[in-house]
Design a protein around this ligand. Sequence first.
Ligand code: PGA
Length: 244
Amino acid sequence: MTIQRFDDEDALAAALATRVLEAIVANPELVLGLPTGRTPLAFYRELRERSGDWSKVRTFNLDEFVGVDGDHPGSYRAFMQSELFDHVSIDPANIGMLDGRAPDLKAECRRYEAAIADADGIDLQILGIGANGHIGFNEPADGLCAHTHIAELEQKSREANAQLFGGDWTAVPGRALSMGMATILGARNIVLMATGQEKADAVYQMIEGLITPQVPASFLQVHPRVTVMLDAKAAIRLKPDTAR
Ligand code: PGA
């Protein structure tokens, strides 16, 4: 893992936007894996404010709530439209999202895996991390799913999304569709970003702890090309010289 530290989230977001836009220049048909959440907001703002040719870029989002239509303001589809897709020159046909309203959710998961394979895999997967160590909605558990699947959400994860559902965590769906560990680890390059002290323990366990399904992000240790981008608060438990 390569660890990069930044003074604050704005500096981190600017550096990540530069990396993504340079990757698009190098490969206009870049296949990007994208996250939602509070952490990537500054990153998406940077992308909106800078010019880039998104016309051939393809994207796949990590996850989506079950039972929520793409038009619902709480959906990750709506989040992505307003934070990024409505503001860049991406072709709507090139946007990959899971459909949480699909009549057959297992078939929808298989469709998503096939679509990623058809795109020849993900070139650059951007991730956040939950305070509980989750990536996507791969929650801490005795075992993890390899591929895109139906995930039961922890209360903590629903609480973290309450803002999207009027501040009421019980209104947040209890299930989501999520890329699995093999889907994520299949990306050729991975960047995980974390900001704020509430992520410091998860970041420490991900980097310094054993690989365990109780900290799903710890599996990133086995991937050969992972960059972890941290602000000072998220890096507070790491030794100053931790960089691997
Ligand atoms: P957050 O979520 O950015 O809202 O903290 C990150 C995640 O759960 O992956």
